[in-house]
Design a protein around this ligand. Sequence first.
Ligand SMILES: [Ca+2]
Ligand SMILES: [Ca+2]
Length: 138
Amino acid sequence: MGANGAILDQSQLTHIFRVFDQNDDGQISLAEFQTGLTDGGINVDAEKLQLLFKLSDTDSNGILDKGEFFKFFMNYTLCQTGDIWDLVACVIDLNGDNKIQEKEYKRAASIIGAEGLSKLQFNKMTREQFAAVLRTLK
Ligand SMILES: [Ca+2]
Ligand SMILES: [Ca+2]
């Protein structure tokens, strides 16, 4: 797929943000996130949506602000052709370089659950390799 085809501009992202932000408080709650994505046609269970939300909430304050949501939605747009674990791996790859650095890996492990992930030998996996690992955990 063409890299440019999936890029959304600021006004499109703002529009999508408003659609998700049902109570119009300028923040996306977990419930708004789940409703927005489910209404948008994503077909995964609430638990995985919660995982996506936590991974997207980079300052861990329990809500997504505009910046966090825009980042998530750009990843969503770019990665939705794969399965849910490709999308999760995209969200984990915070700097978007297609590799999972140790910092990104540690954050993911703390959110996903360290028991599964800590057994792995971490060695700068690519995003695709990481998605494959995530699939084996569930
Ligand atoms: Ca809201
Ligand atoms: Ca946040």
